[in-house]
Design a binder for this molecule. Structure first.
Ligand SMILES: CC(C)(COP(=O)(O)OP(=O)(O)OC[C@H]1O[C@@H](n2cnc3c(N)ncnc32)[C@H](O)[C@@H]1OP(=O)(O)O)[C@@H](O)C(=O)NCCC(=O)NCCS
Length: 191
């Protein structure tokens, strides 16, 4: 796979597990909740993620795990936790979910603050975009991000998504906000 000069090694080991050079992407399980909650309990992380409540507690993480695994069983969501292979650290999450169009998956993600700036989100995003097109046979991957979230915009660009424009979205903590909307169609994917 080749995206803008990056040539990651990506291996889909099972339908719920993807291996990349440094990461293992796997489905969340109930026992992950206490590790997830302090990551999203950090406002520096949470305030960028439009669909999480704050303060974020372990019961929020438990509910998210249960709901997202149900969505996966129903074929409308594919949640992955981002695990560092070297030491097994849970770095964050990246998921795809079907919103209106069943052939289009929306990407959502967050990483613990101490893991930012090391290329992990880009590595995971490239793998999940490939999974969306190659394994799930979706026609489009989309994402939206707050306009001031330069890091997230950069990740989307490096994963090959194209800026389409602005739209309005409902958020849990901020009400209705403007977001930057990105899309990559299968026909334009350099996989
Ligand atoms: C967005 C997020 C997932 C990025 O993770 P990450 O692992 O740090 O991303 P990467 O290291 O793969 O890439 C970050 C890129 O942003 C760049 N960057 C860093 N700070 C930046 C800033 N303030 N403005 C613009 N770009 C910035 C980095 O230089 C890097 O680009 P480069 O490789 O071209 O140099 C992480 O910051 C995060 O979890 N943030 C909080 C939650 C969030 O924003 N989720 C997304 C909601 S849409």
């Amino acid at each position: 796979m080749k995206v803008f000069g990056i040539k990651p090694r990506v291996r889909v080991v099972a339908s719920h597990r993807i291996d990349t050079d440094r990461l293992l992407l796997r489905s969340p399980v109930a026992a992950d909740a206490p590790t997830i909650s302090p990551i999203l309990g950090n406002w520096n992380v949470a305030h960028w993620v439009v669909r999480v409540p704050f303060p974020y507690r372990t019961e929020h993480a438990a509910a998210w795990i249960e709901r997202s695994n149900e969505e996966r069983s129903a074929g409308v969501g594919w949640p992955f936790l981002v695990i560092r292979r070297d030491d097994g650290a849970l770095l964050g999450s990246m998921d795809l979910s079907i919103e209106d169009d069943p052939t289009s998956g929306a990407l959502g993600y967050w990483l613990g603050e101490e893991y930012w700036g090391l290329g992990y989100a880009t590595e995971a995003a490239i793998a999940i975009v490939g999974y969306a097109f190659h394994n799930l046979k979706l026609n489009e991957v989309t994402a939206s991000t707050l306009p001031e979230n330069g890091r997230s915009i950069r990740v989307l660009e490096k994963a090959g998504l194209i800026h389409i424009g602005r739209r309005s979205e409902d958020t849990i903590e901020r009400g209705r906000v403007e977001t930057e909307y990105f899309s990559l169609r299968r026909a334009h994917w350099r996989g």
